[in-house]
Structure formats: C-alpha cells, structure tokens
Design a protein around this ligand. Structure first.
Ligand code: PLP
Ligand code: COI
Length: 350
C-alpha cells in the first residue's frame, strides 16, 4: 500500500481525513462486532444525551512507523483503562479493554498509508470517542452508545515542535473543580478551558498553566498537558492533584526518570516553586514533551531557557521517550505493540 501524499514534515496538529474510522454500537445490552467505514458523518438523535448532558468522553494515543517498517501503537491498554475509569464516573457504558485495543489495531491497520514515515517526527493520532446516543430529555444515563475511533496524521501540538513554549498562569478561572471531573477525559473540561486558552494566545502565550481550583496555591496542569519541573538538584517533580488528568506520557516519564536517576516524585508543587526550578516542561500524547521557555505569573516571569536551547534534562527525557516510541531503543517495559497486518477481506468484516 503506497503512502498518502502529504507534507509529513509540516503537518501541524490538524485534522486530515483518512480512509476509515471504526464504529461499535451498544444496543439492547451488548456491543456489536464493530465495523470499518469511510463515512465521517455520524447519525445522531438531536436529543442524544451526549449533546445536552455531556455524556461524552474520549482518548488520545499515537501510532508510529519504526525503522523496520512496522507500525506500532504506544501504551494502548493504558488508554483503554483510563476510558473505563472515565465511563464509570459519568455513568456511561464501559468499553471493554480488549474491544478498545482491537478497535485501535483494526483502524490503524486500515489507515496504514497515513502513518507518517519513520524519521519525520510525525505520528498517526488516534482518537477513540464514546457517545451516549439515547434520545432523552430527562437527566439520566443513555441506554445506547456509539464508540468510534478515528485517526489523523499529526505533527507537533505546539507549533514550534520541540522548542520552548511560553505559558501564563491562569488564576482567575478553573478548568476543573476539586472533586469534579478534571481527572477524567470528558469534552466539557476542554470547553471550560477554551476562553482562558484563547485569551492566553491573544497575549502571545502558547497556553495557560492552571492552579489547583481549591486554593489557587499549587500548580495543576497546562491546558492540554501535564506539567513537570526539574529542581536545581536534578529531581523530576510533577503535581499530585485530584483535578488533573492522569497522563500516560507523564507516567512513562516517571518510569524513565527513575532509570535516569532523576528521583521522580509526585507531590504538591507550590506556584512559588516554579521560580526556583532549573527546567520545566509539558507532557502529553499531543504535546509529547514540550519544554517550557518561561512561566508568567501575575507580574513576574520565570525564564528557563533560550528559544533554541531546551534544557538538558528535558532533551534527554524527550529523546528517551521518543526512541522507545519509534522503536529506536529497546522497549523494556512493553510499551509498544506492533499493529498486525490483517487481510483485506477480514479488515472490512463483519
Ligand atoms: N492533561 C490533559 C488535560 C490532556 O488533555 C492530556 C492529553 O491527553 C494530558 C494531560 C496528557 O495525557 P496523556 O499523556 O495520557 O496524553
Ligand atoms: C492528547 O494529548 O491526546 C489530548 O487529548 C490533548 C488534546 C488537547 C489534543
């Protein structure tokens, strides 16, 4: 299958149509077998619970091409488990782990020609999406669901790629409540953050850094990614908070940081502490590791590095993570999974 003709090096984080998405329906108490389709429109009752009452959640993960030409996905089981956790919190039907993984493998295989070539730095972004589809006006969970997975080739989330970004602390609005839904992946969290994010962009920042919603005293996370700091004595620290998304990238970096003797620790991080860090970064599937060039908090600005000089530890973590993702380094933790090539005939089944 020949590769799609795209400008792989300059994709940005934009939506490009690929050949297939895969859809599973929950009806009468069971999931169906799932079907690959090229239709990118979904039929929905106008009274569907996902539209009015926010019964919607999603995931994000990536597939990569390795040097040997395999296509691999990164930690797909973790995304499956996180979606189950999300579903339980907002009373949605759960997608079993095995079905989630199977859906991802099938849809990536079907869109193989859109997996950016090895060495381009780009990836195939995979977006699993779950919607409550029952038409209802009473406030209650749906009894019908649509689970779909679509893909799109992407470049870096922040325009500059592995270049420092500038953040501004948002202390006038929250994206999540203390015991709310900030720790699960529901669309409403992102809508709640859009105004702050757009205001930050108007001021020339890449995005915002949120504080904890209870006291506005501790660092929470950036709009689309977790936060970490490197202390002056070389320790990897990342916020312990009930209102941030448990990032799979961050979890991976914590594991890598252990091996790199960075003594990783999840703990409360006072906002004042960011003025003392040697380096700081954002991490996430889309953001990968994005070094933070500066943080502006009220009328103070902490500068971590020059525009073209991400810090040493951020760079080492980035290299260690991406080498595993693209198969350039051994995978001692079993994080990558090869996408099997299915026969053309079985691919479209049932
Ligand atoms: N925080 C938020 C709000 C996110 O949207 C994401 C992206 O998924 C992350 C953190 C990073 O999570 P992960 O590394 O699992 O992609
Ligand atoms: C991801 O990193 O996968 C996300 O879902 C964040 C999103 C804002 C692109």
């Amino acid at each position: 299958m020949s590769k799609a003709q795209l400008d792989w090096a300059n994709l940005g984080f934009a939506f490009h149509r690929t050949d297939y998405n895969i859809r599973y329906t929950w009806r009468d108490g069971a999931w169906d077998e799932g079907v690959l389709t090229s239709d990118d429109i979904i039929p929905l009752p106008m009274a569907a619970t996902c539209l009015h009452y926010g019964q919607e959640c999603f995931e994000g993960l990536k597939a990569f091409e390795t040097k040997s030409g395999d296509v691999v996905v990164f930690r797909v089981e973790e995304n499956a488990r996180r979606m189950i956790h999300t579903c339980e919190r907002i009373m949605m039907e759960t997608v079993p782990e095995e079905m989630f993984v199977d859906a991802v493998l099938r849809v990536v295989d079907a869109n193989r020609r859109f997996v950016p070539p090895y060495g381009t730095g780009a990836a195939l972004y995979i977006r699993p999406l779950l919607l409550g589809t029952t038409a209802a006006v009473a406030l209650q969970p749906a009894i019908d669901y649509l689970f779909l997975v679509f893909t799109t080739p992407v470049g870096p989330y922040f325009k500059a790629g592995f270049k420092p970004v500038h953040l501004i602390v948002e202390d006038t609005a929250d994206r999540a409540a203390p015991k709310g839904v900030g720790n699960i992946k529901v669309g409403g969290n992102y809508a709640a953050g859009m105004r702050a994010s757009m205001n930050a962009k108007k001021l020339g920042f890449a995005d915002v850094l949120y504080l904890d919603p209870r006291e506005k005293r501790y660092v929470d996370e950036a709009g689309p990614a977790n936060f970490f700091g490197i202390t002056r004595d070389g320790q990897y620290v990342t916020p312990d908070s009930e209102s941030i998304l448990p990032s799979i990238t961050n979890k991976s970096l914590i594991t890598l940081a252990e091996g790199m003797e960075l003594r990783p620790e999840r703990r409360l991080i006072e906002i004042e502490e960011v003025f003392d860090f040697a380096e700081a970064g954002c991490c996430g599937t889309a953001a990968v590791i994005t070094p933070i060039g500066s943080i502006t908090y009220r009328n103070r600005k902490m500068v971590y590095c020059a525009e073209d000089e991400p810090g040493r530890i951020c760079t080492e973590l980035y290299e260690a993570l991406t080498a595993i993702q693209i198969g350039d380094a051994p995978d001692p933790f079993g994080w990558v999974r090869v996408v099997p090539e299915l026969q053309e005939a079985t691919r479209r089944s049932p």
